[in-house]
Unconditional design. Structure first.
Length: 190
């Protein structure tokens, strides 16, 4: 397995606040900009709650199709409270590659839950969907545009990782994340 878990988010547009932020009418997660470097921005995110599902697939496209369908069922009311859950942003997908030479990968797609549901989140009727709490985290984020294919994501991610190795040499980091419009590195212990 690669030492860095690569992640692709389905949608991560500039986000602002889990409690008051909206992007195109959708609730988004608050973050604080810690530093703004030439090649990336360092951000601090608060504790968040996520729904996620993991799919094994040959391609990101195939995994996103499977996972997105399951998560949409959950937010459309296929949960123990039979409630519709508002869509939120960012969406993200963690990619865990298999051993060298294996084409299959595990893709874990996740949506943040709306803050109003943190105290009593609806439990999924689908056993494959997990609800997790992520503690406050610090991310480094590279912003870029376009509609990249999977290979372009890999190229952007590798360039970002190299920039992070230079800029964050003194800081521990664990996961490379590259959402649709932003690339992120998860800082350890932040």
């Amino acid at each position: 397995m690669r030492t860095l878990g690569l992640a692709i988010a389905a949608i991560l547009i500039q986000v602002a606040s889990a409690y008051s932020c909206t992007w195109r009418g959708v609730e988004c997660i608050d973050y604080e900009v810690i530093s703004n470097e030439a090649e990336y921005e360092e951000r601090q995110y608060p504790e968040t709650m996520w729904i996620s599902v993991t799919s094994e697939a040959m391609t990101l496209f195939e995994a996103k199709r499977r996972s997105f369908r399951k998560l949409i069922y959950y937010i459309q009311g296929f949960n123990d409270q039979n409630v519709t859950v508002d869509l939120t942003t960012p969406h993200r997908t963690l990619v865990t590659r298999g051993a060298s030479g294996h084409r299959l990968a595990n893709y874990t797609m996740a949506f943040p839950l709306p803050a109003e549901l943190y105290m009593n989140p609806p439990q999924a009727n689908d056993k494959d969907i997990r609800i997790t709490v992520e503690p406050p985290r610090r991310y480094a984020v590279k912003v870029f545009g376009g509609k990249p294919n999977e290979q372009q994501w890999l190229t952007e991610a590798e360039e970002f990782i190299q920039a992070m190795r230079k800029g964050w040499a003194c800081k521990p980091w664990t996961t490379s994340t590259w959402p649709r419009y932003d690339l992120s590195i998860l800082g350890a212990g932040a």
